[in-house]
Design a binder for this molecule. Structure first.
Ligand SMILES: Cc1cc2nc3c(=O)[nH]c(=O)nc-3n(C[C@H](O)[C@H](O)[C@H](O)COP(=O)(O)OP(=O)(O)OC[C@H]3O[C@@H](n4cnc5c(N)ncnc54)[C@H](O)[C@@H]3O)c2cc1C
Length: 375
């Protein structure tokens, strides 16, 4: 029987996850990527596979499914990863209270434990001990080095599933069953548009009607100075608990949020919460901020990076705070609280977008759900 064919547009994590889900179901898959390689949000992130940020139920399951797929791919393709786990660090009683409530309501559901200050410090050498009250440890989080992993996943799909890649080919128009790059065209039985924050090129009139915007994040990377710091879980402070939906189930969260709004007004204004991940070279990735809109400032604001570092120092300890790199990334964000945008702008064409700040965590699981229903 002739294989069904599929074209995927975009070689970011959403496109790769979609291509994988199709290829394992015996589709003949071709990916078109505008750049010489993916250079969007998927290679600019922390590389955190972060189930702890996802509310329990469907989203947590999707995150854990994604993590399992990441692990399988990483093992088969020899991609570096670390099941680092995560620590949310508490320096105030109200932060610890939210963590305790969260751990209590997740008992038996997640691998979370409340640690004393002493136990917390045993987990990592880069935690600021001053005024530390304790932490929420979760064993479920994993990190990859996104900038290399995304390209390695592409190679893996090519080698294992014979997925064909066309790089440096921007698709300028789709009229099912054809996708056009200028006058040249290609055809497939199914077409998937995974174009990330580019709402301008394909189906702009469809995107214009959606509750979707863009979000810019500032990031930085520090040299790894501690040879033994690679034992550290990924770290974050209390502000991350008001960022991730999972913590909304803690009944004291609103009180904590109210305090943060007073104590950290500038942080709330710029959507700053601070996290740290560490790659295989020991380097630390630290971020981030969140600025929303279609007219994003292309330039980074030094005071945002200063705020990020100031907050980082309240819970992290490094030998040097001089970044070796700074950058920003942009992802699409749904404004109606939904977690993904899946649309059929014309028969045979599916748009998969809107995974926001959790695409590394959710895409493989999401693609499984979407393609499973379709095939
Ligand atoms: C700074 C930052 C930190 C983050 N941290 C994390 C994290 O730690 N964990 C997590 O889970 N998520 C994180 N995220 C979110 C995650 O990175 C995104 O959700 C995810 O990368 C989105 O993937 P994507 O494939 O939709 O977009 P992209 O990675 O932007 O990929 C879209 C691709 O489509 C291509 N394309 C677009 N239009 C066309 C066209 N017409 N023709 C051909 N190609 C086209 C683009 O060139 C691009 O390569 C972070 C995001 C940022 C920006």
């Amino acid at each position: 029987m002739k294989k069904r064919s599929a074209i995927v547009i975009g070689a970011g994590v959403v496109g790769l996850a979609t291509a994988r889900a199709l290829a394992i179901r015996n589709y003949k898959v071709t990916i078109f990527e505008r750049g010489g390689k993916a250079t969007g949000a998927s290679i600019r992130n922390f590389g955190m596979i972060w189930p702890i940020g996802q509310p329990k139920g469907k989203m947590l399951e999707r995150a854990l499914k994604s993590k399992a797929i990441w692990k399988t791919i990483a093992n088969e393709a020899n991609i570096w990863y670390k099941e680092s786990g995560s620590l949310h660090l508490a320096y105030q009683e109200d932060e610890l209270l939210v963590m305790q409530e969260f751990a209590a309501t997740n008992e038996g559901i997640r691998n979370t434990t409340i640690l004393t200050a002493e136990e917390t410090l045993k987990k990592s050498k880069i935690i600021n001990p001053e005024n530390l009250l304790g932490s929420l440890f979760s064993a479920d989080e994993m990190i990859v080095e996104a900038r290399s992993a995304i390209h390695q996943v592409a190679l893996y799909l090519e080698e294992k599933y014979e997925v064909s890649f066309y790089f440096n080919k921007a698709i300028s128009k789709i009229t099912y069953p054809k996708v056009y790059c200028g006058n040249e065209y290609f055809e497939a039985d199914e077409i998937y548009v995974c174009s990330g924050s580019d709402f301008e090129t394909l189906y702009p009139e469809v995107f214009a009607k959606q509750p979707i915007t863009k979000c810019k994040l500032q990031m930085m990377r520090m040299k790894g100075f501690y040879p033994n710091a690679d034992d550290s879980p990924s770290l974050c402070g209390g502000l991350s608990m008001i960022h991730y939906a999972a913590f909304q189930e803690a009944k004291s969260l609103m009180q904590l949020k109210n305090r943060y709004e007073k104590d950290y007004a500038a942080y709330i204004k710029w959507g700053i919460h601070v996290m740290l991940s560490q790659n295989q070279q020991g380097e630390f990735t630290i971020g981030d901020s969140h600025e929303y809109g279609f007219d994003l400032d292309p330039f980074d604001k030094k005071y945002i990076n200063d705020l990020i570092l100031k907050y980082f120092k309240s819970f992290g300890l490094l030998d040097s705070y001089e970044p070796i790199q700074t950058w920003n990334g942009v992802y699409p964000k749904l404004t109606n609280g939904e977690t993904e945008l899946v649309l059929e702008p014309e028969k045979g064409v599916t748009i998969i977008n809107g995974v926001g700040g959790a695409g590394m965590t959710l895409s493989f699981g999401l693609a499984e759900e979407i393609i499973n229903v379709k095939s």
